[in-house]
Design a binder for this molecule. Structure first.
Ligand SMILES: [Zn+2]
Length: 121
């Protein structure tokens, strides 16, 4: 399962980035052309996100639809199916303009506990 290895690499990157702080949520942006199933990714995250840093963290996914721009007529088409063609002229001379995203947008870390006051001597 491609989503599981993806979660493992996200977990490694987030853990490194968190620097020992507890992570509450991780926001990802994933393009439709990556052929990642968001629900499966969230499920895999629940398996992968173990340990003091990631335990209980939530994966939030921004799903970016795939879009192409036609090199012949300039029409920008959003792809509903996996067909790389122009909705304006039907041509296939298209450039992918979105849908290939795969990045960690942000990581929220839980607030550090307040330092306890030092009692007066
Ligand atoms: Zn076209």
């Amino acid at each position: 399962m491609h989503e599981l290895s993806l979660c493992e690499s996200i977990a490694r990157a987030v853990t490194r980035e968190a620097g020992g702080r507890r992570v509450s949520s991780v926001r990802l942006r994933i393009g439709a052309l990556r052929q990642v199933v968001p629900d499966t990714l969230v499920y895999c995250w629940s398996i992968t996100s173990r340990g003091p840093v990631l335990d209980g963290s939530v994966l939030e996914i921004d799903y970016v639809p795939a879009a192409v721009e036609c090199r012949d007529c300039g029409t920008l088409s959003e792809l509903s199916r996996f067909t790389l063609s122009c909705s304006g002229c039907g041509g296939t001379a298209v450039t992918v303009v979105s849908g290939e995203e795969m990045l960690i947008v942000s990581i929220d870390v839980a607030e550090a506990p307040e330092a306890s006051a030092i009692p007066p001597a």
